[in-house]
Design a protein around this ligand. Structure first.
Ligand SMILES: Nc1ncnc2c1ncn2[C@@H]1O[C@H](COP(=O)(O)OP(=O)(O)OP(=O)(O)O)[C@@H](O)[C@H]1O
Ligand SMILES: [Mg+2]
Length: 333
């Protein structure tokens, strides 16, 4: 497979190679595989903001978990590997190894989907920060925590509060403050704003972008809302049915989307002055227990040809009028 890659000369490098991650689930007494991440490959190097976009159920959260090495007996990596290089140090997540766990919070942090309920409800925020610093063998310095809270625009008195005493937006800022407290080089944030009103959402997204730019960190941002992407991401990956179907610089994909699924997703984005009726993407999302042969989008694709049902296309580099991107579609070759 021709692997998508966006490069810049800095020290963080994330390399994902032919990653497959499946759940085991029981259906009517029979154990079945849910093929939630299928042959995902990409590379990012340096300080980048990567957005991973797709409809509900396409495998975004599963990919985020695997990228963080957050696997368990129910979700396993079947094949492939994720490799992180932080300068000379390397860590990996693979079917046989998960060294990334050793540097959770310090080198890589994860803001899980639904993280508003992820804070321990019976611990005051001061104790939550205390637990984080102590578990990393660091002294608790209240001034340092207060300064960090200021960075995410939270007043110092929140340290005396329980999570349930905060608004949704404040809680999300706390989660971001915790995730960034040890200055990780990579931050994975899964739908960090989807439970918030639009004004709070905009403030939080601005905050995330400013953290990424100031700290020169690598951000992997998961969203189902493609309209959020242009203001944030340098690079984007479109996911469908567990696979990445298009990958490349945001401006290239927005100006010249090549995959039919990306074209559908973009056609649903409202623009000022556009009165055209927004039509939903035809058909239903694919079943990941029993995915179709060939391209997973082909049952819904208006352009499908016989080859589309024969084999699954890998990502291939294509040249567009605004630059190159990588597309997994037989008809874009
Ligand atoms: N714990 C689990 N056990 C079995 N199947 C699961 C589990 N979690 C998710 N799945 C299945 O894996 C597939 C991908 O789910 P995932 O949560 O990764 O999607 P998503 O793109 O994050 O969706 P959303 O936008 O709704 O958050 C779905 O078919 C889902 O039903
Ligand atoms: Mg999800």
């Amino acid at each position: 497979m021709n692997k998508a890659s966006i490069n810049q000369h800095t020290t963080v490098r994330v390399e994902v190679n032919n990653l497959k991650a499946y759940y085991l689930t029981e259906q009517q007494g029979v154990m079945k595989e849910v093929r939630a991440v299928e042959d995902v490959s990409f590379e990012i190097e340096g300080s980048k903001f990567l957005a991973i976009v797709g409809e509900s159920g396409c495998g975004k959260t599963t990919l985020a978990k695997v990228l963080y090495g957050f696997v368990n007996s129910n979700l396993s990596i079947v094949e492939g590997r994720v490799c992180y290089s932080f300068g000379e140090e390397e860590y990996e997540v693979s079917p046989t190894n998960n060294s990334l766990k050793d540097v959770w919070w310090e080198k890589i942090a994860y803001v899980p989907q639904g993280s508003l309920s992820a804070l321990n409800p019976v611990r005051k925020l001061k104790d939550i920060f205390l637990d984080l610093t102590r578990s990393h063998g660091m002294p608790f310095q209240e001034e340092k925590v207060k300064n960090h809270l200021k960075m995410v625009k939270l007043p110092p008195y929140v340290l005396r509060m329980y999570p349930f005493e905060l608004s949704g937006g404040m809680r999300q800022r706390v989660v971001i403050a915790l995730a960034t407290f040890l200055h990780p080089s990579v931050i994975i944030a899964d739908e960090p704003t989807s439970a918030l009103d639009v004004v709070t959402q905009r403030d939080i997204l601005r905050l995330l972008k400013s953290i990424q730019v100031d700290a020169k960190s690598t951000f992997i941002f998961i969203t189902h809302d493609i309209s959020l992407v242009p203001d944030l991401a340098d690079v984007m990956a479109i996911m469908y049915g567990g696979c990445i179907v298009e990958y490349g610089p945001t401006e290239v994909i927005f100006s010249h989307p090549r995959h039919p699924y990306t074209q559908f997703l973009l056609s649903t984005v409202p623009t000022i002055g556009d009165r055209a009726e927004k039509r939903p993407i035809p058909g239903n999302p694919v079943s990941l227990i029993d995915p179709p042969q060939g391209c997973r989008f082909q049952p819904r694709c208006p352009y499908r040809e016989s080859v589309c049902a024969e084999a699954r296309p890998g990502l291939l580099e294509v040249e567009t009028l605004s630059g190159k991107c990588w597309v997994a579609c037989w008809l874009c070759r």
